[in-house]
Ligand binder design. Structure first.
Ligand code: FEO
Length: 402
């Protein structure tokens, strides 16, 4: 049965939620589901903005048909060709064979890669800055390359001041009947998932995100309409400010993320002893066992906080496998501007510390403290002074920055 909502009097959300998906993109757990957003505009011409993932095709097509209310579908604007937004495009073309697909050249090229319908005859190619009129509504197209794929485009509708942002400003999590971010306690219930979504999906492309934010900063935006998560009509500045922090790799908060990998709890014990010392100095800490917590959550926490401590046992003469996976993920997501410290463990051939520092060395403006700790099997009483020194050095950074 159809299930859609009005964004404005003439704009409808016709997307759908998926709560059965275990791993988004095969990588990121989505325990609270995910929404795939599509929007339908009723003007002199009807315009659909993007389609949805194949998993929710049935309700999506019911939504489109019902929201069209007997009208013909004139245009489909495609912002992003990743299949979570385009897998139902062929189904749409079959149902509405006269629809004109509005997209940029790169999108048309990708459409040919994914599909076998006659893309050239169905598309109207648009360029950055070009305008499109559907009747009362006039829209402008803005390219947003690498937010999150190279073909990504946004559309600004100057009539209702809606910005269709593709993956930007999205979040993990199903909508659960809500459509607008102000209908939920976003900061309490969704901000962590929005950060995890940003850091893992778009985090690598901060420069490109900043470029797009600059482009749209001159626009008067009343609605942010992303492809996942809620529509924003209040507190847009607050959410844009979050994006400014994430995209410029500036921490949102002062605090220390302690990520550890420990086979027999000895490395974990050292991490706990450090956390106690930091808390005693009034420094917020969050701890993750990287063997238990998915890398996407730890990556997101590192985007949130100012400091990072990595503690890992040595394993097969390298970094413990789960720490190695997390760390390579973190480096791949381009983390910058952090202060870090390293704790290593090894019963016979210590090497994880050196290797973790090498990984961190690939990151821009990540300072690795000289204060370090090397454990041979288990932390000893006489080594507590080294943890004291590490806690001091981390705390000094806090004082200096405040
Ligand atoms: Fe939600 Fe990049 O797709």
């Amino acid at each position: 049965m159809y299930c859609f909502r009005k964004v404005t009097d003439d704009l409808y959300w016709v997307g759908a939620n998926d709560r059965r998906l275990a791993m988004f993109e095969g990588v990121y757990s989505v325990p609270r589901g995910v929404s795939y957003n599509s929007y339908l505009l009723h003007d002199e011409k009807t315009v659909l903005f993007d389609t949805v993932d194949a998993a929710v095709a049935e309700v999506f097509f019911e939504n489109v048909e019902k929201a069209l209310d007997g009208r013909h579908l004139d245009y489909l604007i495609v912002h992003h060709m990743e299949p979570d937004h385009s897998a139902t495009l062929t189904g749409l073309v079959r149902r509405y064979p006269d629809v004109k697909i509005v997209c940029n050249q790169k999108t048309a090229g990708m459409m040919k890669q994914f599909f076998s319908f006659d893309v050239d005859s169905m598309t109207q190619i648009v360029k950055e800055g070009e305008t499109f009129c559907s009747g009362k509504h006039t829209m402008t197209f803005l390219n947003a390359p690498m937010v999150h794929w190279p073909e990504v485009m946004m559309t600004y509708d100057e009539t209702n001041k809606a910005l269709f942002t593709a993956d930007a400003f999205g979040t993990f999590g199903a909508l659960n009947g809500a459509l607008f971010a102000d209908e939920v306690d976003f900061e309490r219930d969704y901000l962590d998932e929005a950060r995890r979504y940003y850091a893992n999906i778009v985090g690598k492309y901060g420069t490109q995100v900043l470029t797009v934010l600059k482009k749209v900063s001159s626009k008067d935006v009343a609605f942010l309409c992303p492809l996942h998560g809620f529509v924003w009509r209040e507190k847009l500045d607050w959410y844009v400010d979050k994006y400014m922090h994430w995209a410029s790799y500036k921490p949102e908060k002062k605090g220390v993320v302690i990520a550890y990998a420990s086979v027999y709890h000895h490395t974990e014990n050292a991490a706990e002893c450090l956390a106690v010392r930091l808390r005693e100095k009034g420094i917020p800490t969050v701890m993750f066992d990287v063997s238990v917590t998915p890398a996407s959550e730890v990556v997101a926490a590192v985007f949130e906080y100012s400091h990072l401590v990595l503690a890992s046992t040595t394993y097969n003469a390298g970094i413990f496998v789960q720490m190695e996976n997390f760390l390579s993920d973190l480096v791949a997501h381009n983390i910058q501007n952090r202060t870090a410290a390293v704790i290593e463990n090894g019963s016979w051939a210590l090497s994880s510390g050196k290797l973790m520092k090498e990984q961190l060395g690939k990151c821009k403006n990540v300072t690795v403290l000289e204060e370090t700790l090397s454990i041979k099997s288990a932390l000893k009483e006489e080594q507590l002074v080294q943890l004291d020194a590490m806690a001091e050095a981390l705390a000094a950074g806090f004082t200096a920055a405040e």
